[in-house]
Design a protein around this ligand. Structure first.
Ligand code: FE2
Ligand code: FE2
Length: 372
């Protein structure tokens, strides 16, 4: 038998292991993964030469320790079904829940794989050994994560065609510094999301309607160390977090990442009901953890207890419902609905963006350990 993606030492091996499994493709799932809207996970490309030129000397001690820990590979073989994987009754699942859960899995698989393709490309293009080593280790982890979600999807007769996606999905260009802000945040918010669900289900095991959630603790530790790596990269150049302009960018990315998560999660009411999780509670809990962690490197946190915060997030959510309805309706009426919805979403975003931040004194050493 071929190697399983969880045992792979490189992203390439993990993808090949996934591609060797039947069914090779599912048009519908791959189409969902291919879609590019503000709310679906995208693939990114960047100026790889600029990233290759990063000098990690200012953080050398911590860098070497982190890389050694990632090379030791404590999660090798973890992302694989074993005796803990209970039978899933896909046919008996409430249809609305099944649809939302499959959508959640496809979107998570795409997001994991988005990290993989970016990191893998950096490894392929770079010549700076520190940087290529890091990116190859992170690509390895993300390919295993995506592969594992695909294993779960396969049981429902679906799989995302990862090889096809790499070739065919549109890539969005981001300057390296935007990649650092966005990727640092998405790794840390990923950690906070996985651990919050894991801890919640530890307390309410009856709500664990699918075995994949049992894997979330080790999973989130991978995301945590990826976030640590980006925190160190951000530390190599003080200008990235200290200049006036970059502080504005950081605020922009914090607001964009948090509000996107809020809107996306509120699109899956049945999924959250099945988990026994109120999406508003979950959102705030994840923002709180992410903000606390991001104090390691960002000079500010968003004021998520501000009186405008939740009302404007809700307005943004309502505007997105309107945009989706317009898209479905089509024609001139649908177009008008979309335009009005987009204007409302834009206003809500500006309102969120103008909430004053809470300043933070960044510590000299950013390194943290998972604490939740
Ligand atoms: Fe991941
Ligand atoms: Fe990650």
């Amino acid at each position: 038998m071929n190697m399983h993606s969880s045992e792979a030492s490189t992203a390439e091996e993990a993808i090949a292991a996934q591609e060797a499994l039947p069914p090779l493709t599912n048009e519908e799932a791959t189409q969902v993964a291919m879609s590019n809207t503000l709310l679906t996970p995208r693939f990114y490309t960047t100026d790889f030469d600029e990233m290759d030129a990063i000098d990690v000397t200012p953080v050398r001690g911590e860098w070497d320790k982190l890389i050694a820990a990632m090379k030791a590979d404590p999660n090798k073989g973890h992302f694989k079904k074993n005796a803990d994987w209970d039978d899933v009754d896909w046919d008996g699942m409430e249809p609305a829940l099944k649809a939302e859960f499959i959508d959640f899995l496809i979107s998570s698989c795409t997001a994991e794989f988005s990290g993989c393709v970016l990191y893998k490309e950096m490894k392929r293009r770079g010549s700076n050994e520190d940087i290529t080593t890091l990116f190859q280790l992170m690509a390895r982890d993300e390919a295993r994560h995506a592969g594992f979600i695909n294993d779960a999807l396969r049981e429902a007769g679906i799989a995302v065609n990862l090889g096809f996606l790499t070739q065919a999905k549109k890539y969005t260009y981001f300057r390296p510094k935007f990649i650092y802000y966005a990727t640092y945040l998405s790794e840390k918010i990923g950690y906070a999301r996985y651990i919050t669900i894991y801890r919640h289900l530890e307390e309410h095991p009856d709500k664990r309607f699918h075995p994949i959630f049992k894997w979330f603790r080790e999973w989130c530790n991978d995301e945590f160390s990826h976030g640590e790596a980006f925190a160190l990269l951000l530390k190599t150049d003080p200008n990235l977090t200290e200049s006036r302009m970059n502080k504005l960018w950081i605020k922009f990315f914090l607001t964009a990442v948090y509000s996107t998560m809020w809107v996306r999660d509120h699109q899956r009411p049945e999924f959250h009901k099945a988990l026994g999780v109120d999406p508003a509670w979950y959102g705030q809990e994840v923002f709180r953890k992410t903000s606390e962690i991001s104090r390691q490197v960002f000079p500010m946190t968003l004021d998520i207890d501000h009186p405008r915060w939740i009302p404007q997030l809700n307005k943004m959510q309502a505007a997105n419902v309107q945009i989706a309805a317009g898209r479905k309706q089509g024609g001139f009426g649908g177009w008008a609905k979309r335009m009005v919805g987009s204007a409302k979403a834009g206003m809500a975003f500006i309102s969120l963006l103008t909430i004053p931040v809470e300043k933070n004194a960044v510590p000299d050493s950013p390194r943290l350990e998972p604490a939740y």
